[in-house]
Ligand binder design. Structure first.
Ligand SMILES: [Zn+2]
Length: 223
């Protein structure tokens, strides 16, 4: 049995990036916990607090659809994680890894336009530095529509080397996107359900399956 930890900057990144893979892990008897880095609690103007409440309700609904065992929600500010010392972000992630002892981690790829996605990747890699007794044996990085695909062409691009067939799990993934309906946009926006499905079809066709999620294998330690 794997103990999987998904580390997402925002509520919805886990659904966009790897909902099919999460569903597959749970179907295989693995345990999956989720960290959402931003906007757990907030001392902000009321209209923003209301938006956060709605988003957190969508997070709960989506996690229930997938069967995620536990959500750890941190309070880093949305789209302002660069205003926080990286050490604080690393320590927050380390606290969950220390208690949960995951062996598999999914998080953002480094090649992403969104600053919170970039910093989450960086903090995860720091928190998971391979010291003796580090429980994490595999780190896989996902792509997020409207973040990874908006990476400027002049910058390094996401080049997946790990594909997971989610053909049997598309229905669950699409339900999680419906759960996040207020975060989704109409086609042809990059963050539309049709665009997410088109990406899954494209990734699938790269490896000869109907639908796939694609990852970059950042590290694997085989024992
Ligand atoms: Zn995000």
């Amino acid at each position: 049995m794997n103990k999987v930890l998904v580390i997402a900057a925002h509520a919805d990144d886990e659904a966009l990036g790897c909902a099919g893979t999460i569903a597959k892990h749970i179907d295989n008897g693995d345990i999956v916990e989720l960290i959402v880095m931003t906007d757990g609690v907030s001392a902000r103007p009321e209209h923003i607090t209301n938006e956060i409440t709605v988003r957190n309700e969508m997070l709960k609904a989506s996690s229930k659809t997938l069967g995620i065992s536990k959500i750890h929600q941190f309070n880093f500010p949305d789209n302002q994680m660069d205003s926080i010392p990286l050490l604080s972000v690393v320590q927050a992630i380390e606290s969950v890894i220390g208690y949960y002892q995951p062996n598999v981690i999914y998080t953002h790829c480094a090649q992403d336009l969104n600053i919170d996605h970039q910093l989450t990747h960086r903090a995860v890699m720091t928190a998971c530095r391979p010291q003796p007794n580090c429980p994490v044996k595999q780190i896989l990085c996902f792509e997020v529509k409207s973040g990874t695909d908006w990476q400027p062409s002049s910058q390094a691009q996401f080049t997946p080397n790990w594909f997971i067939d989610i053909s049997e799990y598309w229905q669950i993934k699409s339900q999680t996107l419906v759960d996040y309906n207020k975060e989704m946009m109409p086609w042809p926006h990059a963050r539309s359900i049709d665009a997410v499905k088109a990406l899954a079809q494209s990734r699938g066709s790269q490896v000869g399956v109907e639908l796939a999620e694609a990852f970059y294998l950042e590290r694997c330690i085989c024992l």
